[in-house]
Design a protein around this ligand. Structure first.
Ligand code: SF4
Length: 343
């Protein structure tokens, strides 16, 4: 069966055309299920199709969503461990921010990028998620907490550009005006720096925002922390990111996880500012959620000082609010615990 939530609007139009239906009907169906919240249980009968066509569509499409296995919640955040149809588990996080509800979605089961500080990197990729499984995380959160989704970070388990096609379809569905209508600037895909895919992303008809997981001010340290840097060094990533900015007029965020004594000194901040130079990037400093790894989080004072040094050197920098440390907030932590329980 085809999962309805995996269809972008252009693909649904094409599908309707292929089965001899008016492609414009796709817009009505898309808007009905996503925007007007028509209950999918009522099926396609609501949209004025001939009975025969409605029955065919109902046989063809499923509206399956990932199931909730575990839910943890505090006043600022919630985290869901979700089970997919083949039994694999992924994580999705809801962060209640001042401007609205932002979610962080996964794109793969596990990850092959092996970043040293990351729990998910310790577990190899088992498979890519389908577009329906990525979009399904947003829908599941929205139903579970009866909330609107105002922002999406594609920054959970997995490297989105290692699953490019499916991620591109998912962000198209999430940001489609007739779909979930999350503003394109509020849908951010975060990559560890797969350079050719940054160029490809810039060429999408409706590209969303881009973040680079940088986490180090120079190649030597970055290669130590993130093996992908040996393949795509910082200069190449920055060149691709500048191309993206020029093409889309969206600013690029550099994500920087603060690791105590590793990448958080004043010297690192100055080197980072010099590296950025006059480029139109901004830095998002992220408090580290400690895992079983060798790394520890920088204290608040250090984080503030690092941010101040960047600003003194003309770089726009923000500190991300800390979410969900009590919820096993580090990417992949809940899934790792669940796997350990099963073993
Ligand atoms: S930080 Fe992201 S890219 Fe790196 S191992 Fe973790 S999930 Fe993969």
């Amino acid at each position: 069966m085809l999962n309805f939530y995996g269809f972008t609007l252009p693909k649904l139009r094409k599908h309707f055309e292929e089965i001899g239906e008016n492609p414009a009907k796709a817009d009505i169906v898309f808007g009905g299920f996503y925007k007007d919240g028509k209950p999918w249980e009522h099926g396609f009968g609501e949209f004025g199709f001939a009975e025969r066509v409605a029955e065919k569509l109902e046989r063809e499409f499923s509206f399956e969503l990932p199931e909730v296995v575990e839910k943890t919640e505090d006043e600022s955040a919630a985290k869901l461990l979700l089970r997919l149809s083949d039994g694999e588990c992924i994580e999705t996080v809801l962060m209640r921010q001042r401007f609205g509800n932002c979610i962080c979605v996964s794109t793969q089961v596990g990850c092959n990028m092996a970043c040293k500080f990351c729990q998910s990197g310790l577990m190899k990729k088992r498979r890519d998620l389908t577009p329906a499984e990525i979009v399904g995380q947003a829908l599941r959160i929205s139903r579970e907490f009866s909330c609107r989704i105002d922002g999406v970070s594609v920054m959970g388990i997995g490297e989105p550009f290692d699953n490019f096609e499916n991620t591109a379809d998912a962000v198209s569905i999430l940001s489609e005006d007739k779909g979930l209508a999350v503003g394109r600037r509020h849908v951010t895909v975060s990559t560890c720096g797969i350079v050719p895919k940054i160029y490809e992303y810039a060429e999408l008809p409706q590209p969303c925002s881009l973040a680079i997981s940088l986490h180090a001010p120079d190649d030597a340290l970055r290669s130590e922390l993130m093996p992908i840097n040996k393949r795509y060094p910082i200069a190449e990533i920055f060149k691709a990111a500048e191309y993206y900015t020029k093409k889309t007029r969206h600013r690029v965020a550099l994500e920087y996880i603060m690791l105590s004594g590793v990448n958080d000194t004043d010297e690192c901040a100055k080197t980072l500012a010099e590296l950025i130079g006059g480029r139109d990037f901004y830095v998002n400093l992220i408090p580290y959620n400690a895992t079983d790894s060798e790394f520890r989080k920088s204290d608040n004072e250090r984080l503030s000082r690092f941010c101040a040094v960047l600003k003194e050197h003309g770089v726009t920098a923000t500190k991300r609010r800390e979410f969900g440390a009590s919820l096993k907030g580090a990417c992949g932590q809940l899934r790792a615990d669940n796997l350990a329980k099963r073993e």
